[in-house]
Ligand binder design. Structure first.
Ligand SMILES: *Cc1c(COP(=O)(O)O)cnc(C)c1O
Length: 400
């Protein structure tokens, strides 16, 4: 089979697009869990476009919602209101059970930026506090403030001076959080499952401990649900699996069904901290993105994808555990639902490349973790095929 079209696209990309990514495949279309490259080769996408295509590629309901809304109205500014965004806000508040309100934006970083701004605004009015505790191996986005919130050197290098007002603690280590909190602290920002940092779930004890500490010190608990939210771990939002409620949480990636959409969701106490003109976004609550998001939520409900993420996620985890048992170089499987990581004694990229060679796209999460984020609509038959591909890839690299 010829690779000409992919090659041409990749060459033009290399010449004209700033080299922040290093793509090796030019994707042309997608259906369900499968994407097809420009030369017709197909792959199982166990990245979901990095956690975006939760209901699968080309879902009929989502496509029709986008088409219908695009034909009616693509944008009218936030000086006016559109029905899809109001319905989406009401739905997010309902699913969260927090009784608050929503601010819409266009990405995960922007949603976290909004959370940080809201926390500071509240903190200044509540004791003149502004500092936010975040976690090593966490990830919160690429704006300057969210880079400062992301306590990882590879994200921060070259961007000095970073915005001040952050303190870093160790994940799943409550004592370390307690020592990072001082009289200036206003909030604790964390992922319920660290994604980019290595697919590490918070322990039950840690999430409950952070909540208790926030209650004790009058701090805001802010959960970044950009990757783990929208059903990926088997509940709408990953924090719901811990029996705690945050004060604020952020959502993006899977929310817009492939369109750029971010949201900050608050509890009742924080619903009116942002006041007229205190924050804004031109495209926030865009009617096409909001219509897509409403369709995504309806599909997750209609197709029972929360239960599916739990069920199929357990099967995938079990299969991955068998590779831990089989190969010395495969150390551990961790994660929740369909957010799973395989810890390797070696270079995770080597395994990701071998998987692509077998026709399965996966991600790394740090240098030594292979990350699997398949669409939540993954069925058991497709899972079996995928496990065969993973088995062949690992055998190719680690087999004797
Ligand atoms: C991807 C991600 C972000 C950043 O989202 P963007 O839409 O790329 O800005 C923030 N937090 C987490 C946990 C993420 O996984």
């Amino acid at each position: 089979m010829s690779n000409e079209k992919s090659r041409d696209i990749l060459d033009l990309y290399t010449a004209k697009v700033m080299p922040t990514y290093a793509p090796t495949v030019a994707i042309a279309s997608g259906k369900g869990i499968t994407v097809r490259d420009a030369d017709g080769r197909s792959y199982y996408d166990f990245t979901s476009g990095i956690g975006v295509q939760a209901v699968g590629y080309g879902n009929k309901d989502v496509t029709e919602a986008i088409q219908g809304q695009a034909a009616a109205l693509t944008h009218c500014s936030n000086l006016f209101v559109n029905a899809p965004e109001t319905l989406l806000a009401a739905k997010l508040v309902e699913l969260s059970g927090l009784g608050g309100k929503v601010f819409f934006c266009n990405s995960g970083a922007e949603a976290n930026e909004a959370a940080l701004k809201l926390a500071r605004r509240w903190g200044h009015a509540n004791g003149g506090r502004y500092e936010v505790v975040t976690f090593r191996q966490g990830f919160h986005g690429r704006t300057l403030a969210t880079v400062a919130a992301t306590a990882q050197a590879w994200c921060q290098e070259g961007y000095d001076p970073l915005p001040v007002g952050f303190a870093y603690a160790d994940y799943n280590d409550l004592e370390s959080v307690k020592s990072a909190v001082n009289e200036k602290t206003v909030a604790i920002l964390l992922e319920a499952v660290q994604g980019e940092g290595g697919v590490t779930p918070a322990t039950d004890e840690f999430m409950k401990g952070v909540r208790a500490l926030c209650d004790e010190k009058n701090l805001l608990m802010v959960v970044d649900e950009v990757q783990a939210g929208m059903g990926r771990t088997g509940t709408w939002f990953a924090w719901q699996g811990y029996g705690v409620q945050p004060d604020l949480f952020t959502c993006a990636k899977a929310l817009g069904g492939g369109l750029p959409m971010g949201a900050l969701v608050s509890n009742a106490k924080l619903a009116d901290v942002f006041t007229l003109s205190s924050h804004a976004s031109t495209f926030g609550g865009n009617p096409v993105a909001a219509a897509a998001a409403n369709a995504v939520i309806a599909v997750i409900e209609k197709e029972g994808l929360l239960a599916n993420a739990t069920k199929v996620g357990a099967l995938l985890k079990e299969a991955l555990q068998s590779f831990v048992d089989k190969y010395d170089k495969v150390l551990e499987v961790r994660g929740k639902g369909l957010m799973l990581g395989l810890v390797i004694d070696g270079d995770a990229k080597e395994i990701v490349d071998a998987l692509a060679g077998q026709g399965l796209l996966a991600l790394t999460a740090g240098p030594n973790v292979v990350r699997f984020l398949p669409p939540l609509c993954l069925g058991e038959d497709d899972l079996e095929d995928a496990v065969d591909m993973i088995s062949d890839a690992l055998d190719g690299v680690y087999g004797d």
